[in-house]
Design a protein around this ligand. Structure first.
Ligand code: DAH
Length: 342
């Protein structure tokens, strides 16, 4: 300390020494040590502050101000140096070339059947339909009886339906559902009309697999119940959805048919450039009709008040048409060479 001038008049050399020490700290642990050596309870700057009390009274405010200014500067320098060292610590240890091309993560894609289902569902959603679901393991009542399908109907034959060998449940034998129409019953049992649902799902039949059959396949069921519903509503809706799905040139034809749960009933034939290319003007793609009043009575809807239509499409049929797939079995083999094309 120079004679004649109080020690606190020139703190600059001290400050420079501290700043140099912070810079010299090579990692966070070293920086903490340096911080303690200067600003800790036994640190050098702290020691100076303790000396303030022994200064003449009139010097104390100016001295305090000078020391505090140094302290503030050191603290700011510490924060800055800490940030630098933290960044350094986070940097990869081995040199890294940030210009290398990224690593491609292989994302899967939707199965063509899923794509068709999603497109159909999207179309119907826009019309105000909700998606409903039901069990694949069904009972005879929901799959057949409640749909007005009598015990001697061929669909109920053991040659056509997978029955479970165990004792019958409360609603007849257990079986794998042969169609999604069983969900019509389950939905109507569980809610009052009006109803506006579609039901995509998996169904089972005792068919031998060939180019157009498989024991497991997929359907999408529709059910619309309200007052004053007509065949015109049914036809307009089906036509609209198929145009959205397959293009503007689609034509739809209703051909009279028989289903026990609809009256009248129709099969829906479909025609567009693709069917003609396959050498066929019309291709059958669905069954439909006006809900039979007997079915309404079974589920407790008043047939004098409520009317409705229903349909069931085969998803595979539509997907084969849409993508020009010649053999239904390709859908189930999970061969990536096939699946990657959609
Ligand atoms: N369930 C019928 C089948 O699997 C398709 C069907 C026909 C569904 C008429 C319906 C309908 O809802 O009204 O072949």
């Amino acid at each position: 300390m120079r004679r004649g001038m109080a020690w606190w008049h020139d703190l600059e050399p001290l400050k420079q020494e501290a700043l140099a020490a912070f810079d010299a700290a090579r990692d966070l642990a070293a920086l903490d040590q340096t911080k303690a050596a200067w600003l800790g309870s036994h640190g050098r700057l702290t020691a100076l502050m303790k000396q303030l009390g022994s200064l003449p009274k009139e010097e104390r405010p100016a001295a305090g101000k000078a020391i505090n200014a140094v302290k503030a500067e050191l603290e700011a320098a510490l924060v800055a140096r800490r940030r630098e060292l933290e960044l350094e610590a986070a940097r990869p240890k081995v040199p890294f070339d940030f210009t290398l091309p990224g690593r491609r993560r292989p994302v899967g894609r939707l199965h063509p059947l899923t794509q068709v289902v999603e497109d159909i569902v999207r179309s119907f959603r826009r019309l105000g339909f909700a998606v409903a679901d039901g069990p694949e393991l069904e009972d005879e009542y929901h799959c057949f009886d409640a749909l007005n399908t009598p015990a001697d109907h061929p669909a109920r034959d053991t040659q056509d339906t997978f029955y479970l060998p165990d004792a019958p449940g409360p609603h007849g034998r257990w079986l794998l559902r042969t169609h999604t129409s069983s969900v019509q019953i389950r939905v109507m049992e569980s809610q009052p009309p009006p109803v506006r649902i579609i039901v995509p799902g998996r169904v089972y039949r005792r068919d031998n697999a060939d180019a157009t059959h498989n024991p497991t396949f997929h359907q999408i069921e529709g059910l619309y119940v309200d007052r004053g519903v007509t065949v015109g509503d049914l036809k307009g809706t089906v036509e609209h959805v198929f145009r959205e799905l397959m293009g503007r040139d689609v034509r739809i034809r209703f051909r009279p048919h028989y289903f026990s749960y609809t009256e009248p009933s129709y099969e829906i034939d479909f025609s567009n450039a693709l069917t003609r290319k396959m050498g066929r003007e019309w291709l059958e793609i669905a069954g439909c009709g006006m809900v039979n009043p007997v079915v309404f009575e079974t589920v407790g809807y008043d047939p004098e008040v409520w009317t409705g239509w229903a349909f069931g499409f085969g998803i595979e049929r539509i997907a084969m048409l849409r993508y020009g797939i010649p053999d239904i079995r390709l859908f189930y083999e999970n061969d990536l060479r096939f699946l990657h094309q959609f």
